[in-house]
Design a protein around this ligand. Sequence first.
Ligand SMILES: [Zn+2]
Length: 243
Amino acid sequence: MQFKYLDTLPACLEQLILKTEQEIGFEINVVVDPRRVSGRPDTTYFPMACKIGSDFASILTNTSTSLRPGSVFHELLHIRRFLVEGVPALVVCEEYEPWTAAIETALAKHDNAFEHLVIVPVELETYPERKEYWEAVALQVLNDIQTGMGDEVAKRQLGLANWAFLHRALPDSTSIPLARSILKSRNEIEHAECFCRKLFPTLKNKIEAIRIWLEYQEVPTEMVSLKYFEPVIRRKFTVPINK
Ligand SMILES: [Zn+2]
């Protein structure tokens, strides 16, 4: 990571970044993208983001002045999952017809929401002050579902993902009663509770867990491939999840 950014971060985070760079064999680059400041929905929720490949890892931020350590740690956890731990990312299956950009975006969102079930609890252990931020994100999702943003399928999927997120990352959240009443009014509460019961014990095994995720989110598995990254040998490959 560029020294001017690395130098502003706490020593333990700096160490983890350097260790990660050593493990993957290249530097993690900070890229300032002022467009991330505004625009709904994702950039409002997530002003920082990361991009990865088998030969690069970037952390995108909306400002060059202050990198919040908690946010950097979050992006680093994403990077480590895919590039160090070898966990696959969800992508559209090449053989799937008809491929559309919307499907690709939707799968990326599913993947991100899934990854957050694993990453955010770790993040909050290290940076408990980030709880407030994640509470706000979860509440915003509930407001969006209530105020009618998005189509019915999107709302159902968001509601389900958010229910799992609240229970994994924010089990004491004051938003849980609201989430429950929204799901109840939509006749989705039993489905959501069953989803968590089946999903949570499998989270350590992404392939097993993601199958449950796709089943409950009603995403056809024919659409989905798993993309693996092998940064040390600069290789990546995809395998349809049904193979
Ligand atoms: Zn994230």
